[in-house]
Design a protein around this ligand. Structure first.
Ligand code: SF4
Ligand code: F3S
Length: 266
């Protein structure tokens, strides 16, 4: 009996901080190790792969050639279009050139992080590199956006696991986000919500209201307009999340969050 080939996954990093890769390595269920060793063939991932330089480029070319039409393309980071893409290059080729080539043979594209989903921090005013989202460049492929700066680890691995288990993409909302994780706002499921409803708000980060765990809305919490699963899935294996550790949501999973007054503006 021949070995069953695991689905090929090619992960392209563009204008990013590697936070999304850092985040996915913390996934606890499924773990990234479990996915790599049992479920997927992670054929190109610059941070995690053993190969470097020309060997890494050759591995990506081979994965595209051998799995054409079938591989999942994961992208983190925005795509700079300014100066003909010269602001961010890998192996002497621009991000946009590599993206267009790799997208041709992809069954679907999974954008992890706010940068590949919406442009993210590189897209923030004045956007010196002309950074755009993957969906601004690729128009003819199914795209799943998993925004977050970074995204929740198990949300990324959960979407990959769904694709492997069911052979299809999860149900998406109007912004191409998986409804299972982005269908509600932080505010909808926040454990401080009863204080919001009672009008009990912390006014400073160290006043009596803050010590009593009251709502952080008047300290600028963007939970009411932010779609993400932090309030239910949490971070670090379900340990905690920003609001639970005393800071309001910055809206990191929404478009233009960097420019939208998230930092200490009500
Ligand atoms: Fe809503 Fe933020 Fe208050 Fe929680 S802390 S109830 S998310 S405004
Ligand atoms: Fe981001 Fe808000 Fe969650 S800042 S990590 S979406 S609580």
């Amino acid at each position: 009996i021949g070995a069953v080939r695991r689905p090929s996954v090619i992960w392209l990093p563009f204008q990013e901080c590697t936070g999304c890769t850092e985040s996915i390595t913390r996934s606890h269920s499924p773990t990234i190790e479990g996915l790599i060793f049992e479920a997927i063939s992670l054929d190109y991932q610059e941070t995690l792969m053993a190969a470097a330089g020309h060997r890494a480029e050759a591995a990506r070319d081979a994965a595209i050639r051998d799995n054409f039409g079938k591989y999942l393309l994961v992208v983190d980071g925005s795509v700079p279009l300014g100066a003909e893409g010269a602001y961010s290059c890998i192996g002497g080729r621009s991000n946009v050139d590599i993206l267009r080539e790799a997208a041709k043979g992809a069954a679907a594209i999974i954008c992890v992080g706010t940068c590949s989903s919406y442009g993210g921090i590189p897209h923030a005013n004045p956007n010196p590199t002309g950074a755009v989202a993957v969906s601004d460049v690729i128009k003819d492929k199914p795209i799943v956006n998993i925004p977050g700066c970074p995204p929740i680890p198990v949300v990324m691995t959960g979407v990959l696991a769904h694709y492997i288990a069911f052979g299809s993409l999860p149900e998406l909302d109007a912004k191409n986000r998986p409804k299972a994780f982005f269908g509600e706002t932080i505010h909808d499921r926040c454990y401080r919500r009863p204080f919001y409803d009672q009008g009990k708000f912390a006014k400073t980060f160290d006043d009596e209201g803050a010590r009593k765990g009251w709502c952080l809305f008047e300290l600028g919490c963007k939970g009411p307009v932010t779609h993400n699963a932090c309030a239910t899935v949490k971070w670090n294996g379900g340990t905690s999340w920003p609001v639970e550790s005393g800071h309001g949501c910055l809206g990191c999973s929404e478009p233009d969050f960097w420019d939208a007054g998230s930092f200490y503006k009500a």
